[in-house]
Design a protein around this ligand. Structure first.
Ligand code: ADP
Length: 322
């Protein structure tokens, strides 16, 4: 808050100074004009000549005033534009710093829950004699939680790389239909009853891109649908293609995103609502990564309301030319 206060004081000081100097300039010219007229009255005796000389001086004075006003206007406009730009980047930095603080708080919580789950699974195996089937189930859960943790760390690394323009994509032509099915396999197995993920995937949709990055886009969207589901996850994922585009839609029936928030959710660290009232944990990085990875594939991502409730994310990728 302090730097912003100093900034406001400086701006007020500069503007007051500006007005004061403008006033002094106008006044100085008026003084010069007054003295000029006095001098003319003393030196010029002829009335007609005196009037003409006075008129000329007055016109000259008005021209000077016009010049001061014009230059003052340009100067003031530049000054105000500069002040506005500095203010904008100042407030943006402050806002980002606040969100970064929230991010640190929530990321610690996010990391703790899969770690606790893995620990619990291991302790169960350590303390109880389990049959083979139960053991496999516990191991499957532990692997799932480890994957989740891995996804989170991956997200943070990706966001950092996007920020520093260091995210390298390994682009090849690949089958998006298979990639989607493959990356959702473990998710589908872990959907809590009576939740569901319905797939409607057209076969053999090929695009050029980084399959791992595209999978992380999809997993981020599915994770969100899970987190912001009303009670149970109810998700439809469809993939269609036309001559030039592959269109991926992720439709949930969750809590939805209010109209004016739809644009902001793609900003880094942005989360809807306030940190105090929000129940779900998250980092605010998921959609930031989605937006950037999609853009790095020359695609677009769009968010709209689902009917009767929920959210639809539509991602359009240009297709590989056959
Ligand atoms: P995170 O989920 O970690 O908070 P994201 O960048 O993935 O961060 O999402 C940003 C915000 O957008 C979330 O905090 C949430 O408020 C909102 N959001 C994202 N996806 C959905 C969804 N499917 N339904 C409702 N809200 C969503």
């Amino acid at each position: 808050m302090r730097p912003l206060l100093i900034f406001y004081i400086l701006v007020i000081y500069i503007l007051v100074q500006f007005c004061w100097w403008a006033y002094l300039l106008v006044d100085l010219n008026r003084e010069v004009y007054k003295h000029k007229v006095e001098l003319l009255e003393l030196t010029v005796k002829d009335d007609a000549m005196l009037k003409a000389a006075k008129d000329k001086s007055r016109t000259h004075l008005h021209q000077k005033w016009l010049m001061i006003a014009g230059e003052g206007f340009v100067f003031l406009s530049l000054l105000l534009t500069g002040i506005f730009l500095i203010w904008k980047s100042f407030t943006k930095e402050i806002y980002l710093a606040k969100r970064q603080k929230n991010f640190l708080l929530s990321v610690t919580h996010e990391f703790k829950s899969p770690l606790a789950a893995v620990k619990l699974n291991l302790q169960t195996m350590q303390r109880h004699k389990l049959d083979e089937e139960a053991k496999l189930e516990i191991i499957k859960n532990a692997v799932y939680e480890t994957d989740r943790l891995n996804e989170m760390v991956d997200n943070i690394l990706k966001a950092a790389r996007i920020e520093t323009h260091n995210l390298d994509l390994q682009k090849t032509e690949f089958n998006l239909s298979s990639c989607i099915r493959e990356s959702l396999r473990s998710k589908i197995q872990h959907v809590e009853e009576p939740g569901q993920i319905m797939l409607d995937i057209e076969d053999d949709v090929n695009i050029t891109g980084d399959p791992l990055a595209i999978a992380s886009v999809l997993l981020n969207l599915v994770d969100n649908a899970e987190k912001y589901a009303d009670k149970y996850l109810d998700l439809e994922i469809s993939l269609r293609q036309n001559n030039t585009q592959a269109i991926l839609k992720v439709k949930d029936h969750g809590i939805g995103i209010p109209g004016d928030e739809k644009k902001k959710i793609f900003e880094k660290f942005y989360r809807v609502g306030s940190e105090e009232t929000r129940k779900t944990k998250g980092t605010g990085l998921g959609l930031y990564i989605v937006k950037h990875i999609v853009a790095m594939h020359n695609g677009t991502v769009n968010v709209t309301d689902n009917k009767p409730k929920g959210t639809v994310f539509e991602i359009v990728f240009p297709k590989s030319s056959a």
